[in-house]
Each structure stands twice: as structure tokens, then as C-alpha cells.
Design a binder for this molecule. Sequence first.
Ligand SMILES: [Zn+2]
Length: 397
Amino acid sequence: MMDSMFHLSKTNSIRPIAETGVLPVPSGCVVFPGFCDVHVHFREPGFSYKETIASGTAAAARGGYTDVCTMPNLNPVPDSLASLAVQEELIASQARVRVHPYGAITKGERGEALSDMEAMASRVVAFSDDGRGVQSDSMMRQAMLEAKRLGKLIVAHCEDNSLLRGGYIHDGTYAMAHGHAGICSESEWGQIKRDLDLVRETGCGYHVCHISTKESVALIRQAKREGLDVSCETGPHYLVLDENDLQEDGRFKMNPPLRSPEDREALVEGILDGTIDMIATDHAPHSAEEKAKGLEGSAFGIVGLETAFPVLYTKLVRSGILSLDKLMDLLAYNPRKRFSIPLREDDYSVWDLETPYEINPADFRTLGRATPFAGWKVYGTCLGTVCQGRVVYQKTM
Ligand SMILES: [Zn+2]
């Protein structure tokens, strides 16, 4: 049994995987620690036509994830114990992997008054208003002071609404050539810059969601050099796609948007030098109808849990840019360290890394189908996932 285990490590010596024998590990296949995604949207309560806790966690399991953190843009928004309890009940009865909810920073994610952060603190992984930026400087300052007092991270979706001007893809060459309204890079990095000043002032632990611009990478690199308590994530799509890959199709529309090739290269550099701590999918399912309205009319968001590893492994590891060890840090170990989410030794997945296949959204467990990776030829098939010793996904042969 030991021979079939994947020994990730030279650089990371503690790899506590107990391959328990509940799943077959065919020869030549590898065993990975349970992945941890700190940024998913499972849409329940409130929007179960897009995704449910059941379908979202089934997708997570199929992607090799045993822990996921759910963003609070729900209905009701988890901004008090009572509204958080609605989601907690669904998680308790429906989830097949561990789900860690975020609490909202502000009531209703409206940016006007703080949520009941203190009451929720022990039951949420961190605080976020993901889906929108906290526009008011003084509101973000208050939130950071309260999060610091409670010993929790502020997890920021950085977006300055005053700079959006109706944009929906990157304000770059593709938008210009095809007559689309662009979202400038500053709408992201401008708010990161503001927040970093507030971190200097308050000493709050701070994590930036889905960074997409080269300026964001530079700002966070500098903040880390200063010793600020700062971390960040980017998504698989920002590392392997840019505006040159855009098609007139809603499955290429997400927020932040696919940026320029220079931005993409800066993100890869940020991964390699440790400026970017982790990769999170921002798994954001919508109905087929909501994604069928082209770049302009479709909802923002793509699904990601079932394609993250195969896409990253194929494009970054097999091509020699990243080691598999480093990819495990980005998908499994670093997010757990930063968000204090333990890895149990009976949390793992089994993968075939040698058989190529085409990504087909019809195979997905998520209710969402919109992915820019449809039709991509990739390596990395999850044969099964074990969470707390229980088989939560097994590929039918
Ligand atoms: Zn976001």
C-alpha cells in the first residue's frame, strides 16, 4: 500500500496522509492530501437554482477538495447568528465535504453598518463581503479593528465601484477591438492599496481575494516585505488565460476579468516567489440562461472546483513552470495554514495523472456548466476522494 502513495516531499516533510484502503489505488496512481478552497459560492440559502450545498460539495469532492469556504453573498446574508444558522443547518444535513462559512463584514453586504461580527466569530472561518468591495474607508477601518479584536481575518474582494463605469471585461486590447466596456486594473489595485494602508494602521490580519493585476502583485509583495500580516489568492483562470483567449461567450466572463498577458505573467511570478499564497477557484455557478447572454449580458462567474487541479497540473506542472510539490502547497497546505483549517490524515484523493481526456461540462457534479476550459485536453483524473475516512466521491469505471 505504501508504494502507491505519492511522497510529495523533499521540501515539506510533514505529509500526514493515511491512505486507509477504503478506495482502491491503482498502480501508477497517486494520493494527494485533501485540497482546501477558501473561495467558493454554493448559492444556498437563496439561490438554489444555481447551486446547492449538496451539488457544490459533490463538485468539491470530485475535484479532490475536502474543505471549502463559502462566501456570504446569499439570502439571507450570514450577517447575524440567526441568518448564519440557516446556512449551518443546510451544511449539517447536505454537505459531503467540510464547509466553512464566511460571515459578512457588513449587514446585507451593503457596506453601511458592521454585521454582528462578535456573535458570529467562533462559527465563521473569517469575514468577507465578497461579491463587492467595501467602498467606505471608515467602514473598512471599523471592520479591521473589530476583526483584529476578535482574532479573525478580513478577506477582501477589492473593487472600487467609482471606477467601474459599466465595464464587464478587462479594459485592454480585446475590449477596444471588439467595442466592449472595460474594467480598469485600478478598480482592483486601488482598493488593495487603500486596504494595505488600513492594515498598517490597524494591524488586522488581511487576505485579498482573486488578485488579477500586476499592480496587485507588486503591492502585496511590498506589503509582505514590510512584514504586514497579509496574504492573497488568485484563481486558476488568471494563471492560464488572458484577454487574448476571450471569446464572445458568457463562459469567459468573471469578476475580476481575464487581464492582459503581462498581468498573467506577473501572477505566475507571484506564485513562484511566494507573493501569492494560494490558489482558490472562486467557483461561482449560474444557470445556463444567466450565462447565455454573451460577454455583456451574462452574469459574472465561472465554475472551477472540478477543473482546478487538472488545468493547473497540465498547464503549469507538466509544462515545467511549477513543481507538483508547490502546487500542493497552493491547493492544500497554504490555505489551511493561513485559515487554520486542519488537514486530517484521512482526508485525501486518488489521481490518475497519465491518461489524457477532454474537459466536458456534462460530466460536472456542479449545477453550473460555464467554464472557459470546456474542450481542453488535460491530465489529472480524480478517481476518488476520502473525507474523514469516508468515500465522498468515486469515479465510475
Ligand atoms: Zn469576489
